[in-house]
Design a protein around this ligand. Structure first.
Ligand code: PML
Ligand code: MG
Length: 256
């Protein structure tokens, strides 16, 4: 990317009113665009919201803001794929990966117990690995990680090299996981989609990379989850500011 100005472009869409009026979350998205590409960027987000299998939005907000900070470049997390036959097996692999990443077993169990009650959020929840409590105080909103992107051409090269289907969804998830895992307070992330037609998810951490798990819920289930397991958090406010405001650009280079 050149040094001209960049814009953070964000979208959120809901059905039966705005999110803050109790509407159902349909879709969210964020990207970084040059001024010249803004029309295209807005269209990408519009298309995402209008074609989502969670429903037809009757509220949508697309917002843009000039980024006034330098953009940090990060390499994508290494990727691994775990093929599983059932949700039970998927959850068991996810739990083992979380444990290897450093999340205590009792905390993992407590997080899984609470997943159902936290599944309608439009953002992520922060789970403290010491107290096994949710600590973000954002209720139904959760934390929305923002100001991040990966150029389509560089992502496409990465996908060809790794023999992975070029999917916007995988790109967005890997960008988010790369940004979140980069912060020293993040121990691991657990995510699966709230899209009823998408059953794969992942566990990610700086130590383990991005582990896709092919089945983490049943087809048709609209409940998703995104949990960041956090340790050593001296400044919760600074952590949330990093997630929401620090601009990140993912860039991959083929290993020599
Ligand atoms: C989402 O749809 O919002 C999350 C998708 C997570 C899994 C992406 C992947 O298949 O790697
Ligand atoms: Mg989604």
């Amino acid at each position: 990317m050149s040094e001209e100005g960049f814009y953070s472009v964000r979208m959120r869409a809901s059905e039966n009113g705005a999110h803050e009026q109790g509407g159902k979350h349909i879709s969210g998205g964020e990207l970084i665009s040059t001024y010249g590409n803004l029309k295209n960027a807005v269209n990408v987000l519009l298309e995402k919201a209008l074609t989502h299998s969670r429903g037809t939005p009757d509220f949508m907000q697309i917002q843009l803001e000039l980024i006034d900070q330098p953009i940090t470049k990060l390499k994508p997390l290494p990727i691994g794929i775990n093929e599983v036959e059932s949700v039970k097996e998927g959850h068991s692999i996810a739990q083992n990966l979380l444990e290897i990443a450093g999340v205590p077993r009792n905390c993992i169990e407590r997080a899984f117990e609470q997943i159902t009650e936290n599944s309608g959020l439009r953002g992520a929840i922060l789970f403290d690995i010491r107290s096994s409590e949710r600590i973000d105080n954002r209720n139904d909103k959760g934390i929305r990680v923002s100001r991040m992107d990966w150029s389509t051409s560089n992502f496409d090269k990465w996908a060809v090299y790794h023999k992975i289907t070029r999917s916007q969804r995988v790109k967005e998830a890997l960008v988010l996981a790369t940004k979140v895992s980069q912060h020293p307070a993040t121990i691991a992330e657990l995510c699966w989609s709230d899209d009823p037609e998408y059953i794969s998810g992942y566990v990610a951490s700086k130590k383990l990379g991005y582990h896709r798990i092919t089945r983490l819920k049943e087809f048709g289930d609209e409940r998703g989850c995104r949990i960041f397991f956090i340790d050593g958090l001296s400044d919760l406010h600074a952590y949330i500011t990093y997630l929401e405001k620090q601009p990140i650009f993912v860039e991959w280079e083929e290993e020599k």
